[in-house]
Design a protein around this ligand. Structure first.
Ligand code: ADP
Ligand code: GLC
Length: 480
């Protein structure tokens, strides 16, 4: 089966969050299911720099007004289609905005172009390769489903995955005329969304299947609290909705063979973690002692509950804990954390920035990873924490609820507990969870038993890749 995957990020070429990890890891996992994936991504500078020898498959003289080429290349085992359109993608800053965090004002055009080219490939633009199924991720690629639905490739099955309903790709109504869609595409059953244009919305009404990245989030987005304006639409299409949990790339995230940590280790030899802990403490200017060492690796945003951490930090230190935080995101939060670290020299260390290698060291040396999210479609850092024996302390939402087994008495006695789960996502419950973690950490053998249970948990892609493959096959069977 040939699958065209389309996304705006792919690890290891371009990443701002978990989307990249998923889009980079799923193709390898699907190979074992008999699915051959090619992934279409924008030609950002970081992507172009990695391409090496690329083949030109198609030239566009005026793709939404700019010259572009469609390239194919193989990078790090990934079969890529790259939309090389310098006017759209060869820019400094991030994939969605400039260095100061302002969104590019032509994002509607940049990602309509990506989606248009995705639909072209579905329609046969690449000689000798036509996909059986098209799978698009998030709003940046969602319009592919709309272009396909209103074009010659309408019967090719289209899967739209929601990684985060908070980002919907909403633009003015006026752009509709420039999208190249037929007039009937405008309307409640098309791209119109609350009087404007909605890219994710257009994808969701056009998709043959909608997936999201955990079963609990699939339920949550049916309610107004988490549905973010789309709950009505989602409830109307619930027969098409599937919650399929993310996995992790167990080769890249493998404590027994991780090149970015000083000492590799396994669940049987947890003492190997000590060298990593010492390196981590040095890196963050923390005291070296036996106190429970919490880590945070996160976007610094409201979604992630990072504002709650400012106060919780004082509480954590008062209970005898230490904290190493690595993150970047909202400017007020980026400004607030270093000050909090200054108040607690040796107990709290903060690095503002993005550092993939350091994130591995933190999972390998920390005792517990704190994730107090207000909502979390899946979350990957708790999965990395499980795999590395850095026990997740998580809010009971979305994929966090689906992947961490709370250390209640019964679960501890049964040897099943893998972390701490708290609710609701508020200061009181967070404080309570930190307190529970500190107390549990005091019982070394119970803590190590939890670490071993966590490291045994199956966080691989195998089950979920099988579910995606089964979904693709079902959709194909319906059209053939
Ligand atoms: P989201 O995509 O919502 O940010 P996920 O938990 O799904 O959340 O994925 C976040 C990914 O980004 C993980 O791979 C995590 O390790 C990584 N990450 C987040 N912040 C940083 C950072 N400051 N430095 C390095 N890696 C980070
Ligand atoms: C989004 C979500 C996160 C999820 C990731 C990958 O960024 O916020 O919860 O893990 O996508 O699916």
């Amino acid at each position: 089966m040939k699958l065209l995957s389309i996304a705006s990020e792919i690890y290891p070429l371009i990443k701002t969050g978990g989307l990249a990890d998923v889009v980079g890891a799923l193709p390898g996992a699907l190979t074992g299911e008999g699915v051959e994936t090619r992934t279409l991504v924008p030609g950002y500078p970081a992507v172009i720099a990695h391409l090496g020898k690329a083949k030109i498959l198609k030239r566009y003289d005026a793709l939404f007004g700019v010259r572009a080429t469609l390239l194919s290349a193989k990078v790090d085992g990934l079969d890529l289609f790259v939309l090389n359109a310098a006017d759209f993608f060869a820019r400094p800053g991030g994939p969605y905005g400039d260095a100061t965090g302002n969104d590019w004002t032509d994002n509607w055009r940049r990602f309509a172009a990506l989606s248009r080219v995705g639909a072209d490939i579905a329609e046969g633009a690449v000689k000798g390769w036509r996909p059986d199924v098209v799978h698009v991720h998030d709003w940046q690629a969602a319009m592919t489903a709309a272009y396909m639905r209103f074009g010659p490739a309408h019967s090719v099955p289209k899967v739209v995955t929601i990684h985060n309903l908070a980002f919907q790709g909403r633009f003015d109504a006026e752009i509709f005329g420039e999208l190249g869609l037929p007039p009937e595409a405008w309307g409640v059953d098309g791209v119109e969304y609350y009087g404007g244009t909605g890219y994710l919305k257009a994808g969701l009404v056009s998709a043959d299947a909608i997936t999201t990245v955990s079963p609990t989030y699939a339920e949550e987005i049916r309610s107004p609290v988490h549905g973010m304006g789309l709950d009505g639409l989602i409830n109307g299409r619930v027969d098409r909705l599937h919650g399929i949990l993310n996995g992790v790339d167990t080769d890249i995230w493998n404590p027994a063979a991780d090149p970015s940590i000083p000492r590799t280790y396994s669940g049987r030899a947890l003492s190997g973690r000590i060298a990593n802990r010492i390196a981590l403490e040095k890196c963050f200017g923390l005291d070296h002692d036996d106190a429970p060492l919490f880590i945070i690796v996160s976007r610094l945003t409201w979604q992630k509950g990072m504002d709650l951490m400012i106060d919780a930090m004082d509480h954590l230190v008062a209970l005898g804990g230490k904290l190493a935080l690595l993150g970047s995101g909202d400017h007020p939060l980026e400004g607030a954390f270093p000050g909090a670290a200054d108040r607690h020299r040796g107990r709290v260390g903060v690095q503002i920035g993005y550092d993939e290698g350091l994130s591995h060291l933190m999972q390998a040396g920390g005792d517990a990873i704190l994730i107090p999210s207000r909502f979390e479609p899946c979350g990957l850092t708790q999965l990395y924490g499980l795999r590395y024996g850095c026990l997740p302390v998580v809010a009971r939402v979305g994929g966090l609820a689906d992947t961490v087994i709370d250390a209640n008495e019964a679960a501890v006695n049964a040897g099943a507990a893998t972390g701490i789960v708290f609710a609701p996502s508020d200061p009181l419950a967070l404080h309570g969870a930190i307190g529970r973690a500190v107390r549990l950490h005091g019982d070394k053998s119970a803590w190590q038993a939890m670490q071993r249970a966590a490291m045994r948990a199956d966080v691989s892609w195998s089950q979920s890749a099988a579910r995606y493959a089964a979904l693709y096959r079902d959709l194909l069977a319906q059209v053939r």
